[in-house]
Design a protein around this ligand. Sequence first.
Ligand code: ARG
Length: 471
Amino acid sequence: MAEMMWAGRFSKQVDAGVNAFNSSIAFDARMYKHDIQGSIAHATMLGDCGIISKEDSIEIIGGLKEILADIDSGALEFDPNAEDIHMFIEAELTKRLGAVGKRLHTARSRNDQVAVDLRLYLRDEIKEIIGLVRKLAETLIDMAKKHTETVMPGYTHLQRAQPVTFAHHLMAYVWMLIRDIGRLNSTAERMNECPLGCGALAGTTYKTDRMQTSELLGFEMPMQNSLDGVSDRDYCVELCSALSLIMTHLSRFSEEIILWCSWEFKFIELDDAFATGSSIMPQKKNPDITELIRGKTGRVNGDLVTLLTMLKGIPLAYNKDMQEDKEAIFDAVDNVKLCLSTFTPMIATMRVLKENMRNASAKGFINATDCADYLVKKGMPFRDAYKITGTLVAQCIEKNLTLETLPMEDYKAMTDLFTEDVYEAISLDTCVRERKSYGGPSPDAVNQQIRNAELMLECALTDSLVYDFEV
Ligand code: ARG
């Protein structure tokens, strides 16, 4: 084993088991670009402030860029024995540049280094996730546009309740996704402060320029308190909670898709490329993707609990417990990306079985409220109208009829307010068309919410505070 960076204080090599236990390179190596990005900004500032010479700064930056290129190309492999990605890159730099490489770590600590790396890394991930959420929202909007007249039953308690349209149902998810984008953006905005220069915990005695590094890295400003700078992981919790909610939305949607593609509903059929078969039952076509998403939601929720629990008892400032932040937040990020990028094409390719939705709408008395409302519009108090309609529904059930097929004399027997036009008033199409209250399912109202959603999606994205940054 190579000598540890901190060997001066120690009289023995670290135990091999302890080294493996302590090491985080297996999971933090993925931040190599951001580590180098942070180091380039730091070396630039050290040179500009005269803390190291301009020549050394230029040489260090050149060396870091070469290391980046070599990792990208595969010419340089991570050393699994390195303590973490920060130590690995610094050791590699020193291997290549000799003494000059040893100057890079002046006026910084791994504590502010890891804090800045993680912010940079997650900022990029947030940007990618926003793109994936947006893609799903756009896919749903495209589909909704085709189904503003596709009547389906709306449910409460999973009992048929009142008629809606498939477009209206899809748009409900679009609004959840728009809020998800809002949460991701506001997390990105709040975390966009730079911890670099906070040092180990107490800043530094060198005359550094934290404004410069903050600006170079595309942050809004440097963090105001060095203790907070190195020990804040609120953004991991915030991001993970936003990711948990995304998973919750995908999971609720998945549950509906699982129901909809059962023979009991048959509202949709998944494309063969997005379903799986059974090893024994030849007839099966299973919605595995949606079930996995439902299952992975638990895992992302677990990541959130891991982060909250890891943080709740640690004193200021840095403690090694914090190394546990990465696997949790990376797992959440990876799984949300995986779920979104599988779910969206599955939705885009599924077949909507309109006839079955309509047939289901024709049963279950989902126009009963409209029947009561018909009487109310003729002057009857709602509670009386409600009671009469309830009696009519009971009669229909007994005679195996629907409100549409119940004869006029049965209506008349309840009240003379019923006339032939009741059949038109309770037809499914009327029931949907007339629900034109703001936010309701009528085609006009849904077209309006589609336009608003498109507008909001555009605003949410142009207001985005997730920055583009070039290394
Ligand atoms: N690998 C460490 C982490 O992820 C980096 C910071 C280590 N700092 C320290 N003082 N041991 O948290």
